[in-house]
Design a protein around this ligand. Structure first.
Ligand SMILES: Nc1ncnc2c1ncn2[C@@H]1O[C@H](COP(=O)(O)OP(=O)(O)O)[C@@H](O)[C@H]1O
Ligand SMILES: [Mg+2]
Length: 244
């Protein structure tokens, strides 16, 4: 079966792209699904996380797609092993132009993590508008969903964003809490799906809607018949309203 690719992206740094990308990879590793984590960010946080895993964790491939200084050829380090069933792309903040087009050209679905500040929410709404106006999402039928990250208690800040997404027919998948378990996962290279049972049960539960949404096409096919895949219902007259 062909590889399924998930791009984790937001124009804002610190919104949780690497956190979502690495923990999604950790789900695949824990479930023996062959996966490659591809890092487009020159900071290389995802690749660092892979290095922290050493040889003790379950296998995950890494691929470095960050723009190289001096125009060094990226193709070798970018190689995705052919037995990969899942590719997860960790995007840098502020990606635009050719690099953004390259990532969009690779992906089947997009997850956008959003931090709970008014500024982040507004910037994210604008980022989604730009993505949709670019046209690539529609012509390539790329699925798109948003997750709230670093949620503390029941902050109502996401309501405008939920309304905005609702008007576009885009799903708001889950709320990821602000939790030390994610910090531990980042520090140890052991994702939330690879920790001992007693740690991170709540975090795994809140992360599962992401796993399920990413796996929807695969699960539909595995059911024996091809079910029409759920696509974002982008009406002809997409209303681009402000998130404020
Ligand atoms: N849900 C969370 N709970 C606790 N810490 C988090 C959470 N999400 C992200 N972080 C921390 O916030 C920082 C930025 O997150 P990161 O995933 O690296 O963002 P990005 O990749 O979008 O720049 C990191 O130190 C990360 O460990
Ligand atoms: Mg990052």
């Amino acid at each position: 079966m062909r590889m399924n690719t998930t791009l984790v992206i937001n124009s804002k740094g610190g919104s949780g792209k690497t956190t979502v990308a690495t923990n999604l990879a950790s789900y695949f590793a824990a479930n023996d699904i062959v996966a490659t984590l591809m890092d487009y960010d020159p900071q290389g946080s995802s690749l660092n996380w892979l290095r922290l895993r050493g040889s003790t964790g379950k296998k995950l491939y890494g691929a470095n797609a960050a723009p190289q200084k001096g125009g060094r050829i990226r193709s070798i380090e970018m190689h995705v092993p052919s037995d990969s069933q899942e590719l997860i792309i960790d995007a840098p903040g502020g990606a635009s132009g050719l690099l953004l087009q390259e990532m969009l050209g690779r992906t089947d679905c997009i997850i956008i993590p959003v931090a709970p500040s008014a500024m982040d929410i507004h910037a994210t709404a604008n980022f989604i508008k730009d993505l949709l106006l670019g046209g690539r999402i529609r012509t390539r039928n790329i699925r798109l969903a948003v997750v709230a990250n670093r949620v503390r208690s029941s902050m109502p800040v996401y309501q405008p964003l939920e309304r905005f997404l609702g008007s576009l027919g885009l799903p708001f998948l889950t709320r990821i809490s602000d939790s030390d378990v994610y910090l531990k996962a980042a520090e140890t290279g052991n994702g939330i799906f690879e920790m001992e049972q007693s740690t991170g049960a709540a975090e795994r539960a809140e992360f599962m809607p992401i796993v399920e949404w990413v796996g929807e096409p695969r699960n539909a096919l595995a059911g024996g018949k091809i079910i029409a895949l759920q696509r974002p219902r982008l009406g002809e007259n997409v209303r681009l309203v402000s998130a404020r």
